[in-house]
Design a protein around this ligand. Structure first.
Ligand SMILES: NC(=O)c1ccc[n+]([C@@H]2O[C@H](COP(=O)([O-])OP(=O)(O)OC[C@H]3O[C@@H](n4cnc5c(N)ncnc54)[C@H](O)[C@@H]3O)[C@@H](O)[C@H]2O)c1
Ligand SMILES: [Zn+2]
Ligand SMILES: [Zn+2]
Length: 453
């Protein structure tokens, strides 16, 4: 039995804690037609079918269930590095048929009575936050919406972490089991809190990324504490690492060094010539990421930020330990950060880590006074107004990340291409039958043939 299945089994035996204000485990209206729209209308959606297996299927359209729900017609979604952790089965408690996708924008189709008169109405163009927040609990009150205490009641997560995160769209039953937005329609609980109206000046192809990647990378930079003139090292040249680099320059960092391998480093360099790069797979014999970084910056970078993930083992030891279930995450990148960083420097972890790790270099952390910060799931609502303004004023351009426009019908193929980093795929914009034609500066539609090329 897989880790995902056994964790789900335990949760079912224990039962949820019962203290959420939302119905849990409505991960696809077709699984329980009482949660489907009474018209019987069907929609396309991307569902998880098992480890390394996703499929585009026809499901029933969702209906309003809770008093503050909003239903939206999806006009744009994307695939995130976090979705790869679901594809690989690294995140626990997925079930066959769960609709994935936590970054989406669309047009409001229906507003439940409890969400009416709160600024949003039918026909508004909106973007959703990846987390589902209630807006009123202690954490929400402090702007820490990703830690909302009222939208998920998963007992396994509370036992493992000593507390729960907010419910997340399309991100397993560990975070509430909510249907995601890689679909033609989505139900957004607490819609008045979890949707942001987009102005006409911001097209979907830019506004969509307020869902997650912009808030996540901004939070990584601010929460880890990047200051003017800092030298920053970033692990991972995916969309999150890219925007974190962009934001580092924005707050005045003097140098940004990105560590990854292959074409993604060239992609970043082409967009931001000031970036320095380290290809960790092409280091000369005897050199390590640490030695290279300490050559580049005397005594090491002031700040290190992890934008890769704990599931990507570099050496055989961690590969086998993970395979055998002796740990869920490798400590290799975190060890690289804390040994490369300047003494009393700061290291932030934004890439996803699920559980436990071996061989963590606690000695380096203690002796050199390294500040290790878990950045958490980013609290999107805390930042999205400010980030929207930055997009409106052209201070940042999310289109710098977007390499492809693809269709929801082909999203299963896109998952595998994004996973294998094929075709120069950095970040996709996924269109549906409700999308407008591509905006100026956004890539044209790519159609893959049956072989996926
Ligand atoms: N904390 C949050 O709120 C939040 C939100 C969104 C995404 N994330 C996480 O951030 C991470 C990055 O997201 P993304 O969409 O850019 O993902 P991505 O998968 O597109 O990019 C990750 C990059 O890390 C690189 N990488 C792998 N091993 C590495 C190593 N040893 N050294 C350096 N680089 C290495 C990969 O080659 C890849 O280019 C993911 O783990 C994702 O789940 C966190
Ligand atoms: Zn994401
Ligand atoms: Zn809350």
């Amino acid at each position: 039995m897989s880790l995902s299945q056994s964790a789900n089994y335990v949760e079912k035996i224990l039962g949820h804690s019962g203290d959420s204000s939302l119905e849990q485990d409505i991960s696809n209206p077709s699984k329980d037609p009482m949660y489907a729209d009474s018209t019987g209308e069907r929609m396309k959606a991307l569902v998880w079918m098992g480890k390394n297996n996703v499929a585009v299927t026809e499901c029933l359209k969702p209906r309003i269930i809770e008093s503050r729900d909003i239903i939206i017609r999806v006009t744009g979604s994307t695939v995130c590095g976090s979705d790869l952790h679901l594809l690989h089965g690294s995140v626990m408690q997925l079930e066959k048929g769960d609709i994935l996708g936590h970054e989406f924008c669309g047009i409001i189709e229906q507003v439940a009575p409890g969400a009416q008169g709160k600024g949003l109405k039918e026909g508004d163009r909106v973007v959703a936050s990846f987390q589902i927040a209630c807006g009123t609990c202690l954490y929400c009150g402090e702007g820490l919406t990703s830690q909302c205490q009222r939208t998920s009641e998963n007992r396994t997560q509370a036992a493992m972490y000593g507390g729960r995160t907010a419910g997340l769209f399309g991100y397993s039953h560990l975070t509430g089991g909510f249907a995601g937005g890689q679909a033609e329609y989505v139900r957004v609980p607490y819609g008045d809190v979890n949707l942001l109206k987009l102005p006409d000046s911001v097209p979907d192809e830019k506004g969509l990324y307020l869902s997650d990647v912009l808030a996540t990378s901004w939070h990584a930079v601010i929460d880890t504490g990047v200051k003017k003139d800092d030298a920053v090292a970033i692990w991972g040249a995916g969309p999150v690492g890219q925007m974190a680099a962009d934001f580092c320059f924005h707050v005045g960092a003097s140098r940004v060094i990105v560590i990854d391998s292959g074409w993604r480093l060239d992609y970043l360099k082409s967009k931001y010539p000031k970036i320095e790069t380290v290809d960790y797979k092409c280091l000369p014999w005897g050199e390590s990421v640490r030695s290279r970084l300490q050559q580049l910056v005397n005594l090491g970078p002031d700040i290190c930020i992890e934008c890769a993930a704990g599931e990507y083992a570099k050496g055989w030891a961690h590969y086998f330990e993970m395979l055998l279930g002796m740990e869920t995450d490798t400590s290799e990148i975190v060890n690289e950060m804390i040994t490369s960083c300047k003494s009393f420097g700061r290291c932030g972890i934004t890439g996803v880590y699920v559980g436990f790790t071996n061989h963590f270099n606690i000695g380096a952390l203690m002796e050199r006074g390294i500040r290790l910060i878990g950045n958490g799931q980013a609290p999107v609502q805390k930042y999205w107004h400010m980030l929207l303004e930055m997009v409106e004023n052209n201070e940042i351009d999310p289109l710098k990340m977007v390499s492809h426009r693809v269709s929801l019908d082909q999203l299963d193929k896109v998952y595998h291409k994004f996973d294998k980093k094929e075709d120069g795929m950095q970040k996709v914009f996924v269109q549906t039958k409700f999308s407008s034609p591509p905006t100026l500066g956004s890539p044209p539609l790519t159609i893959f043939d049956d072989e996926g090329s």
